[in-house]
Design a protein around this ligand. Structure first.
Ligand code: SF4
Ligand code: SF4
Ligand code: SF4
Length: 299
């Protein structure tokens, strides 16, 4: 189904004022689409098309498309745009407008946020499967069991080993600055995949390395949940680089034989199974009907 859409320059100005982003600078290069993790895994979210709609002033249409709620807020699209256009800011603005105009109710927003938290459990359980071998399919039973099964924190008391070799190594690495961490949790607060500490928490990861608990991290599925967006490293006032630290931990896990070198590839494959299901759950959460305008309808 294709819809006839009428550009509106006044509404374009409303969006530009609300986002402080000049969507008309977009030259439709598609770099944002190629970096968007949701788009790569599902082909169902195009930040480029959202910017295109914003530049046409299609505010009402933007308020009615489910894609606005598919975004992880990772800001990769914003970081990679060569023209300084901010697709993630357009999405933020449209979400806020949806709430302000009561198109979306607070209760729905709460359900949506809970869904994202439960989805990180799914990613954790799927990562365990990938570490153990391939994950070729996710059945309905598995999906709902993983959504509803919290990840348990290890019950045993962990003894700090602050002089462990790997901690000394990380302390000497100028590119992660872990010793400067004040445990303020700014990294955790801005991390788009942090929802439950037992699943994944960048600040806890830094703390564990500082306490010499690298070995525990190398065994943990959690370090594979980071989506490498870099928001934590940008947000840290102490210049601690959680993203770079997690990248090194992953490489150590591969080099040390804790996981297969094929794991990153297996996880990418798993994302293509998991994200489309998440988007279906989001559609159900907001009650989007099949008669809606899709981004694919916008030229
Ligand atoms: S990266 Fe920037 S210029 Fe390229 S399509 Fe996306 S918003 Fe437009
Ligand atoms: S913020 Fe991330 S998930 Fe959202 S549109 Fe941009 S790249 Fe995609
Ligand atoms: S790079 Fe940082 S903010 Fe982004 S997912 Fe990883 S830990 Fe979270």
């Amino acid at each position: 189904m294709y819809a006839i859409l009428t550009p509106d320059s006044e509404l374009r100005k409303v969006i530009e004022t609300g986002t402080q982003a000049a969507s008309n600078l977009c030259w439709a290069c598609g770099t944002c689409d190629n970096e968007c993790p949701i788009n790569l895994a599902s082909n169902r979210l195009s930040p480029r098309k959202i910017v295109r709609m914003a530049s046409m002033g299609l505010l009402d249409e933007l308020l009615s498309i489910p894609e606005i709620w598919y975004c992880l807020t990772c800001q990769r699209c914003l970081d990679v745009c060569p023209n300084g256009v901010k697709p993630a800011e357009v999405i933020r603005f449209i979400r806020e407008e949806s709430l302000r105009r009561q198109i979306v109710k607070w209760e729905t927003l709460q359900d949506y946020e809970k869904l994202f938290g439960r989805f990180q459990r799914v990613r954790w359980h799927a990562t365990v499967r990938c570490i153990q071998g391939e994950l070729d399919a996710v059945t309905d039973d598995q999906w709902y069991a993983w959504l509803d099964t919290p990840v348990e924190l290890p019950g045993t008391k962990i003894t700090p080993k602050a002089s462990a070799d790997r901690t000394v190594y990380f302390r000497q690495m100028a590119d992660s600055n872990i010793t400067l961490c004040l445990t303020c949790s700014e990294c955790t607060n801005c991390c788009p995949v942090f929802h439950e500490r037992s699943v994944f928490d960048p600040q806890a990861t830094i703390r564990m390395v500082n306490l010499g608990l690298t070995e525990e991290l190398l065994h943990s599925p959690s370090i594979w949940l980071c989506i490498d967006c870099g928001r934590c490293s940008k947000a840290c006032t102490q210049t601690v680089k959680a993203r770079e630290l997690i990248g090194r931990l992953r490489q150590m896990a591969i080099d040390g034989g804790y996981v297969s070198p094929r794991l990153p590839y297996q996880l990418k494959k798993a994302e293509k199974l998991l994200y489309p299901r998440l988007l279906d759950e989001i559609d159900a959460c907001f009650g989007f009907s099949s008669g809606r305008i899709l981004l694919s309808d916008i030229a």
